[in-house]
Ligand binder design. Sequence first.
Ligand code: ATP
Ligand code: MG
Length: 215
Amino acid sequence: MAQGESDNENDKKKRLAIMGGTFDPIHYGHLVAAEAARDQFRLDRVVFVPSGVPPHKKAYPVTEPRHRYLMTVLAVASNPFFEVSRVEIDRPGFSYAVDTVAEFRRVYGTGNQLYFITGADAILEILTWKKVDKLMGLCEFIAATRPGYHLQLDATLEKFPPEARGRIHFMEVPALAISSTDIRRRVREGRPVKYLLPETVEQYILKNKLYAEEG
Ligand code: ATP
Ligand code: MG
């Protein structure tokens, strides 16, 4: 095949990322990380996948999937490169990343480049995820880290098998000390959440009286 033709083939290859999370609620930390990944890895699309029943028991009762899904839809509405998938919330049983990524592979075919975006805090957890070897073969990982975090990254990578190391990419994002845990606590205590998450999501939380109770 001539050089030009193969370049053309590459142009058609789509670059897609999955951003998984509980999104209880979604906030600007998630959105900034996804947008940074889109920019730095020239992604065509980022698909947010709110989890169904998380396999690792959470320390608090997770909000109903329909609320977490709708908040995620509201949060991504203004970004033409972002969308939301119901694949995990519609699947009965626990949500495992390996099943989700395999499903995306089935739907989008093998020709496309598939990434999974996580926060740096979650990257080591991957080693504990179900069928990690299969998962690492299905997609590459983008881990959002804070500027100046480099030394710890090398130590992190050493924990992965050598063949997996090249499939984990680190990406610096501005340090956004925002977490869903903090937002839930703020709502419960009647403190402001403005500028931590999109206004539409804040309004949804108030309208549906989410996070009002201790949890
Ligand atoms: P919780 O406080 O309930 O654990 P969370 O804020 O960590 O919630 P998750 O839904 O658990 O949100 O996170 C989904 C993904 O987003 C994970 O990969 C997590 O590491 C990443 N993430 C969470 N907060 C941030 C942030 N401020 N900046 C970058 N990535 C983040
Ligand atoms: Mg978390």
